[in-house]
Design a protein around this ligand. Sequence first.
Ligand code: MN
Length: 329
Amino acid sequence: MSDLEAVPDVAVCEPAPGPGPVAELYPAREVPLGGVRGVFVERVLPQRDLPTVGAWCFFDHFGSPTVTKTGASPDIDPHPHIGLQTVTWPFDGRIRHRDSVGSDVEIEPGQLNLMTSGRGVAHSEYGVAGVHSGHGLQLWIALPGNSTGIDAHFEQHRELPIYQTRGLRAIILIGSLAGLTSPAEAYTPLVGADIRIEPGAEITLPVRPDFEHAVMVIEGDLAVAGTELTPGPLLYLGTERDELRLGSSTGAHFALIGGEPFGEELVMWWNFVARSHEEIVAARNDWENHDLDRFPDIAGHTPDQRIPAPPLPALHLKPRKRRMGTAHS
Ligand code: MN
């Protein structure tokens, strides 16, 4: 097959222009999960001035040793998603994941868990009785507009590619890094990696210059492209870097995310990622009206366990836009 159009429309696929190589520090916010009784997580995406990094649109660090607030329960009752993939990567503990495509699984360390919502999915995430509620990451990836209508599905991957060089070990969770590609299904060019660097190591990690990247330290100390980082904030590194210079004195465990700058405007509200206010309203109505075609019931849950959608804000929801050319440090 070949494109026979005389003037093919390339604008829809063209990535947004990147900011070039920058180093901007964005603080983590402590937010409750699942309402007032939920545990607190450290959230580094979205930020007011940085809605996405590649297609990554949401980044939570749960069970972080540096979180200062505590909540009553790590359990998240049934709730819906549209327009995104959830990536769950635990470091310890176990989580029982149940969803509306029939999954009922325990999520364990070393196992990538990827739920693709497409036009609609519902799931619950509960701590496993008698097991520490856990420490790990949950991130969301925005689906591109041509994939928002796909059917929901859930994947688990234990066999993940590892890029290893002296003093550094990177597990490629999704997407590609240093020529290695994860089997997890991605819909835009991106990377998500869990990386450990040894004490005293100085490493040059090859990355794609057409990607933008960001790093968050989970444990230890890390210097990235000349910026010193400790656990908590997100360091946004911009585009046009073909390598990241990494160093650590005591060793570090950190996450790297990146991807082609996401060229589409997104409207994010509650658990939904969409293109317009109207799409959000429709998804909220479908959840509230118990539309089983879009959000089937989850086996083992009763309807009264469903988390009700919060009221819509009075304002028309607008796309989140990146503020360009500003430095944070
Ligand atoms: Mn969820």
